[in-house]
Design a protein around this ligand. Structure first.
Ligand code: BDR
Ligand code: CA
Length: 308
């Protein structure tokens, strides 16, 4: 089974990704960032999930703000004010780990060099901090899969070309993209091309177990927001990145390119700039995923909901 270390800001689609991870892989830990909502919510939500699953996966609290600039917006309008659809979960039992996320990323990869696939589902603040503490981190990781960016400029934030995870902490994304030379990038536009049909998804929720009932309850606000924004289908960005992390064979088409992050720009701060034409003359650092095997992806999601 794949061995995963997940950096995340749960978050509705983070929750689906974490359910998938526990159904298909071994999970060494959840390192938690602020992003969709504040850190106190994302840490609690991660613990709600480990409680639901009855697993001992450690939850490491990370950075409460981006590296440099305070964010202009969060994503509570999609995920709910508490990040889990405002369903109102009880405070989970037990406690989060005492170790900070960046330190846990360094320790776990030192204990198991070359074994862990790092799956980044949040603003990249914790990873950037870890890299500044120890630039050797990339050599100890088996793979890095990032959910982030909008590779042709159709973003999902207030700034038009920016995707949320990169736009929330562009400096952190810059640090990570410069430090790795072969990461898989699952971007927002790939997500839109791989939405699930709503009726099919509802059938999985009806057929599934407690995980499906849980997900069915937390995703209502996000589904309403997406409909109001004219988007169709079930959009679950982080679930796609998790599919790529669990099973690289789910990737049908990808291109190796140099990917950079715009840190300034009147309109474009936080944009992911992909050098499609090679004019920058810099070596490729990313494998930009352009198409997934939808049936294989769907099968992974169904099993994570107990529906197949
Ligand atoms: C990304 O931003 C968050 O809102 C989601 O959880 C996902 O990680 C999509 O742009
Ligand atoms: Ca996320």
């Amino acid at each position: 089974r794949p061995q995963l270390l997940i950096d995340t800001d749960p978050g509705v689609d983070d929750a689906l990704a974490i359910l998938m991870a526990h159904a298909h892989a071994d999970v060494a830990g959840l390192s938690i960032a602020a992003g969709n909502v504040g850190l106190e919510h994302t840490v609690r939500n991660a613990r709600v999930l480990t409680g639901l699953l009855g697993v001992a996966t450690p939850v490491f609290p990370g950075c409460a703000t981006p590296l440099v600039r305070l964010p202009e917006e969060d994503a509570a309008f999609v995920h709910g004010r508490d990040g889990f659809g405002d369903v109102g979960f009880d405070e989970p039992e037990g406690a989060a780990a005492g170790e900070a996320a960046a330190l846990a990323l360094l320790r776990l990869t030192r204990e198991r060099p070359g074994e862990l696939t790092l799956v980044a589902l949040a603003p990249l603040t914790n990873l950037a901090l870890a890299l500044r503490l120890d630039p050797e981190l990339p050599r100890r990781v088996k793979r890095l899969v990032v959910m982030g960016g909008a590779v042709t400029g159709h973003g999902n934030t207030g700034r038009v070309p920016a995707e949320f995870n990169v736009g929330f902490d562009p400096e952190a994304a810059h640090v990570v993209f410069e430090a790795f030379d072969d990461f898989d990038l699952v971007d927002w536009e790939l997500t839109l091309r791989h939405a699930f049909d709503e009726e099919a998804f509802d059938a999985w929720l009806a057929a599934g177990d407690a995980r499906a009932r849980f997900y069915g309850s937390i995703c209502q606000v996000a589904r309403r927001t997406n409909r109001e924004r004219g988007r169709r289908g079930i959009i679950a960005a982080d679930a796609l990145a998790m599919a790529v992390a669990i099973d690289p064979a789910v990737v049908v088409r990808s291109e190796r390119r140099h990917v950079a992050v715009e840190l300034d720009g009147r309109l474009t701060r936080g944009a992911t700039v992909v050098d499609w034409t090679g004019r920058l003359g810099r070596p490729a650092n990313a494998n930009v995923v352009l198409e997934l095997d939808q049936a294989r992806f769907a099968a992974m999601v169904r099993r994570a909901l107990g529906a197949g």
